[in-house]
Design a protein around this ligand. Structure first.
Ligand code: ATP
Ligand code: MG
Length: 240
């Protein structure tokens, strides 16, 4: 369980996150919102990469502030919105590298890497260099590195970007599996991802949650897209 308490992040005068108090329990938690809403900032704070300006984050009841970050990071998987890859690495080498960074014990490492590559459907391309893989395949390698340490907290920033519709559908299946044994926070632009793969959804606008609930609760007449637009419209009206 991840909890944020009055979490605020400012970059100079700009307030990227404006006092977010939220709980992200086990299962798949979706973050959706327009460009600049603060999704990546929130995910980065949970990944311990951006320090809050004020407020707090708790992972399983333990405050992040003052915690041993190396230890905390061992239990986290993170896929950044944009990740640099090493073109000369093979998919396997890339995932091995992250497994090593996360201190997966040496004896477990080959099995963990193979398992992660299998889960994202890349076992048959594992020994190809990353520069020879398609963008969607590289995205899946990114997901493989995030899950290689079997994290209790899995943070995925726009994981479906660059996936084709079939891969996207497969990925939703994988998300559901991953949500069965960890707290997953996944940001997306795609309402359909939220509608089909998330147990709960947060709509962010200008650094604030303007909706939280199940996709069914967000939907208007069974249509999640329509509900999402209505929530954003009323947030805009309130701000005006
Ligand atoms: N390092 C930074 N320095 C200054 N401003 C930043 C920084 N990172 C983010 N911001 C600002 O914070 C706000 C939230 O950005 P963030 O990247 O979290 O949004 P997002 O919801 O992920 O957007 P997108 O959908 O485009 O990925 C934006 O106004 C952005 O310009
Ligand atoms: Mg983002």
């Amino acid at each position: 369980m991840i909890r944020t308490i009055d979490l605020t992040v400012r970059f100079g005068r700009r307030c990227a996150l404006d006092g977010i108090t939220a709980e992200f329990p086990a299962g798949v938690n979706g973050l959706i919102g327009p460009n600049g809403a603060g999704k990546s900032t929130l995910v980065r704070v949970l990944a311990t990469l951006t320090a809050p300006t004020s407020g707090a984050v708790q992972l399983d009841g333990r405050p992040l502030a003052g915690a041993d970050l190396r230890e905390v990071r061992r239990g986290i998987g993170y896929l950044p919105q944009e990740f640099g890859y090493y073109p000369r690495y093979t998919a396997r080498e890339f995932v091995e590298h992250f497994a090593w960074l996360k201190e997966v014990p040496a004896a477990d490492l080959p099995g963990a890497v193979q398992g992660a590559l299998e889960r994202v459907g890349l076992a048959d391309r594992a020994d190809e260099k990353l520069r020879r893989l398609s963008g969607g395949m590289r995205q899946r390698v990114g997901i493989a590195q995030a899950i290689v340490n079997r994290p209790a907290v899995l943070l995925l920033d726009e994981p479906t970007a660059g996936l084709d519709p079939e891969q996207r559908a497969e990925f939703r299946g994988l998300l559901r599996e991953l949500g069965a044994d960890s707290s997953v926070v996944v940001s997306t632009h795609v309402v359909d991802d939220v509608a089909k793969a998330c147990d709960r959804v947060w709509v962010l606008a200008e650094g604030r949650p303007v909706f939280s609930g199940t996709p069914e609760q967000l939907a208007v007449d069974g249509d999640v897209e329509q509900g999402y637009r209505a929530v954003l419209d009323s947030a805009r009206e309130e701000a005006a």
